[in-house]
Design a protein around this ligand. Sequence first.
Ligand code: ZN
Length: 125
Amino acid sequence: MSLESLIIKHAKYADLKSNLKRKIGVELSNHKYSEAFEEVFIGKDELSNEDIIYGTCGNHAYEAVKILNRDNDGGYGYDEVLNMYGCEYCIKARKLKIEMGFVGTKLGQIRGAITRVGRKLNNSA
Ligand SMILES: [Zn+2]
């Protein structure tokens, strides 16, 4: 792949990443405490009022997984619990974060390829 096409791809994925980051911020800013979590947290002291005020469903899901896997046979996954109890905005944000992870990996690969081209150029200089 030519250096030019690598640079073009890099710009494309970098823009994609910042766009996803912005969208995640918008979704998370809409978060509302999801009462569905009460099913898990009721009678437990894992979640303080401060957590409820400042945490997102992502934080609550993390705590909920711990409780569910302690009190039941286990095997609950983070995404499963978030999808069961989280608000629609946090669920959307999570999907975008996963997408951003893939874009980040792709960016890393492109940077690696650019670095390899740079080394070749240095060695032939
Ligand atoms: Zn939420």
